[in-house]
Unconditional design. Structure first.
Length: 93
């Protein structure tokens, strides 16, 4: 049995009052955790660092740096899309 701790990144995909769905790692594996196990202030779209073994989730920490980086990247992509779509190619009837 391998009990080595692994650190992975995850994003909070969605939340309700009791549960949060995380997308973990490059594979974006879904993992559901209780909201009470998330760090205080955690919200949808925030990035986290998870420390886990094969059996247990040991520690969850908000990754502020990755959250800011990803939000900035998404804003740049949206701005680029908005610049490209100045008007429609189709005429209104």
């Amino acid at each position: 049995m391998n009990t080595k701790n692994q650190k992975k990144r995850a994003v909070i995909d969605r939340m309700d009052a009791q549960r949060a769905t995380l997308l973990v790692g490059d594979e974006e594996t879904e993992r559901t955790v209780l909201v009470e196990n998330l760090p205080q202030g955690a919200k949808e779209g925030m990035w986290l660092t998870l420390e886990e073994t094969e059996e247990d989730l040991l520690h969850i920490q908000i990754d502020e740096e990755e959250t800011v980086r990803r939000k900035k990247l998404m804003k740049q992509k949206l701005d680029k899309l908005r610049q490209r779509s100045k008007g429609s190619k189709f005429r209104r009837l």
